[in-house]
Design a protein around this ligand. Sequence first.
Ligand code: PMT
Length: 391
Amino acid sequence: MNKNVVVGVTGGIAVYKTCELVSRLVKAGYGVKVVMTEHAKEFVTPLTFETLSKNAVICDMFAPKPHFEVEHISLAKWAGAYVIAPATANVIAKIAGGVADDMLTTSFMATEAVRIVCPAMNTQMYRDEATQKNLQTLKDHGVRILEPGVGRLACGDVGVGRMEEPEEIFRYVDEVLTPNPDFRGKRVLVTAGGTEEDIDGVRFIGNRSSGKMGVAIAEAVMERGGEVTFVYGKISVPLPKGVKAVHVVSTQDMYDAVLKEMEDCDVIIKSAAPADYRVKEKFTSKIKSDTLTLELVKNPDIAKAVGEKKGNRILVAFAAETDNLLLNAQQKLFKKNADIVVANDVTEPGAGFNSDTNIATLLYADGRMECLPMMDKRELADVILDAVKSV
Ligand code: PMT
């Protein structure tokens, strides 16, 4: 599910509530971009929304851009939900009538996202036949209307026209974009990618982990309403959006980060491939010799250290094996005091390092075992989260 929200802001005093809405969406991990009409800028400056959304505010269709893009279309495609709040009688009339004469109306018309309109206006304007007809037209077009409430309005009148409260708009958007919030309130620490152990000024020991498995898990957690602390080494895919990202280089760095970050987490999922060894003596300059013998020493076992101090937290370790998959995975389950081990035979086509799919067997501390067929890493991520819930 796309977790991006475009908030379209038009010129009405209820704009102060939209600041609160944007703030809530960002805190909940949504990507938020704000589009303002010219009239909206009379009520609040773009800087306010820029600061709250952590994104540039889009106002001008024709502003010069650093690189070529058809901005209203890319914005329309980016959105998972498009909320107009506040929506004046004027903008409601424009979008109902198919008028597209600025960034807000063009991008709203162009989007395939869930479209939500939050009217806010004087009671008579709201009750006016034209406005009611326009709102009905929007409903007929599949636009969802969050009806305004009754109360004292900015003009002094008492009646219907107050924009829906920001917490209610947030709840509605959240329900639309997070239909299965079973990880809401949970923080999950996910490790991803490979670590690097320096040999000299230019060389390192590493492995083929791409981070795809870890990214898939992080995305699944967020889609299910959870929060993610993402401790990652070398990865070849983009960072998942909305995570607390902690970058590390070596296994010792990952050890330090995980042991620190786990304090705030309920679940720890160790899909990273940390280097098991580091060179005993590191050279700062580039080594130049015909032959080279390196002495390697063992790195700390992060999962084992987590297992020793996990308390009520749930620990999911992985086992990347080339032979004796189940026997080795079983040993890792006990040695690391894990609740679940995700065993993958990394020699099998379609499994392990850098592929988009994986073939896994889940081993549980309570003796259960689940052999899974080949599936996308994103699909496997959901199976792992279901397994976590079953512990
Ligand atoms: O990143 P991708 O390209 O998508 O590939 C996915 C993957 C193959 C890396 C992933 O599916 C996987 O198997 N991850 C674990 C790799 C690994 O290090 O396995 P291991 O059997 O060596 O280690 C067992 C467990 O202990 C793992 O959870 C590992 O994170 C952890 N470990 C290992 C070494 C160490 N020093 N400390 C650890 O905590």
